[in-house]
Design a protein. Structure first.
Length: 185
């Protein structure tokens, strides 16, 4: 009888250790996913000043559009350490401002033919694609962590060791969810 109790105790402890390690793995994957998003968002933010310098010479009287991009980029940089929800809001504003910038740029044939602008355009499209992939990876990792934190019996271990649900990285405005179109033909 003592052996049975001992075996049950060891099995329960072993299972708790397995659950704890699974929670740790899921939390690390979530942090890795956020780091990937952060890297891509910084790459995009770093492209913008050079692109704006190229655009300014052609679009001097489009000051509102240029200012909107500059302000949105400043908001993104101010939100560097914000929660994923706050960061998503700021990034959504930047995506919208960039979309308007490229829409206005359609009216400037010389700008559309500018090699530097075309290079920035291609680089920005690549970064936007990478942001989308990073967002999917992060949100998948968050989903797995949140399931483990909320599901029984792993929620018992999660509560004992103060694991918390993570926040998804989502854009608030449905129109902002689309990747800005930066192709000129």
């Amino acid at each position: 009888m003592e052996w049975v109790i001992l075996i049950l105790v060891v099995a329960v402890i072993g299972y708790a250790i397995y659950i704890y390690n699974t929670l740790i793995r899921n939390r690390q994957l979530t942090e890795e996913g956020w780091s990937g998003i952060d890297v891509q968002l910084k790459r995009r933010a770093d492209l913008i000043p050079n692109m704006l310098e190229t655009v300014k010479g052609y679009m001097g009287h489009e000051r509102e559009t240029l200012q909107a991009v500059t302000d949105a980029r400043a908001a993104v940089q101010a939100a560097q350490n914000a929660s994923p929800g706050e960061r998503g809001h700021a990034e959504g504003l930047l995506s919208g401002a960039l979309g308007r910038l490229f829409a206005v740029a359609e009216a400037y044939p010389d700008l559309k033919a500018n090699t530097n602008f075309l290079e920035f355009q291609a680089a920005l499209q690549t970064v936007e694609d990478e942001i989308q992939l990073s967002r999917r990876y992060y949100n998948g990792a968050v989903r797995n962590l949140n399931i483990a934190v909320e599901s029984f019996p792993s929620n018992v271990v999660a509560n004992a060791f103060k694991f918390e649900k993570a926040e998804y990285f989502e854009l608030e405005n449905e129109a902002d969810r689309a990747v800005p179109q930066v192709k000129f033909q």
